[in-house]
Design a protein around this ligand. Structure first.
Ligand code: HEM
Length: 205
């Protein structure tokens, strides 16, 4: 039971984020160039790309966080019951047994919390003054509180390692038929993803 929970909770979520991140990276060549620069100057060979060394890539972390904001793998809210006796949620009194949730995609794209919410701007996570009013805690792709994601650190480690190795080894180009891949997608808890086509060309060293 525990093993199957880990596989289900840990595979589709992480795979979804990496798919979304590769789309967003290739859709924004200026981001792709910066990321290539960071990874390809930090490492001389693929076997230097390890769990501990990928922690030292600030731009990549910003790209992953911005991908989690623009394309949260669990797009809708996970449900919670208001406990016995009721509760006040965000100033509103709610009776017991009311089902509540925070809709992640909506929070992540609300201009109350984000400057240019529909744009993919990793720089907002790196102190760019243009985004000084962003409320970074509003992005909770792994949820928060006692039942949040137990795999968060593992997910970050996996994503950093895989994305770094892909960018180190390949020049990528988004296929024309996928130029609007993210638009109009529907989410039923997780995203219903159409195929994502990206051309991978081995990098010339
Ligand atoms: C980008 C990757 C991931 C995202 C976005 C994500 C997101 C989440 C979220 C939002 C929850 C809370 C669900 C709720 O509120 O009920 C959750 C729970 C959970 N996640 Fe993840 N997750 C990711 C990766 C992983 C990985 C890699 C593992 C383990 C291998 C994992 C294992 C779990 C488990 C076991 C729970 C249930 C925790 C509990 O109920 O106490 N997740 N995840």
């Amino acid at each position: 039971m525990n093993a199957s929970m880990l596989v289900i909770a840990g595979s589709e979520t992480t795979a979804t984020l990496m798919t979304g991140a590769l789309y967003l990276i290739t859709k924004h060549p200026e981001v792709q160039r910066k990321l290539e620069h960071e990874i390809r100057t930090a490492f001389k060979s693929e076997d230097e790309i390890l769990l501990n060394t990928v922690n030292e890539l600030p731009y990549m972390l910003a790209v992953l966080n911005e991908s989690l904001r623009r394309y949260p793998p669990l797009a809708s809210g996970m449900l919670r019951d208001v406990p016995k006796g009721g509760a006040t949620v965000d100033g509103d009194p709610l009776p017991e047994d009311t089902v509540v949730s925070v809709f992640q995609w909506a929070i992540n794209h609300w201009d109350k919390y984000w400057t240019d919410p529909m744009e993919f701007r990793p720089e907002r996570w790196l102190g760019d003054p243009k985004y000084k009013n962003d409320v970074f805690d509003a992005m909770q792709a792994f949820s928060t509180g006692p039942r949040n994601c137990i795999g968060k650190n593992l997910a970050y480690a996996e994503m950093r390692l895989v994305v770094a190795r892909i960018i180190f080894n390949f020049d990528m180009t988004l296929a024309e038929d996928c130029s609007d891949w993210i638009e109009g997608q529907k989410a039923y808890v997780i995203w219903h993803k159409p195929p994502l086509n990206i051309h991978f060309k081995p990098r010339v060293f």
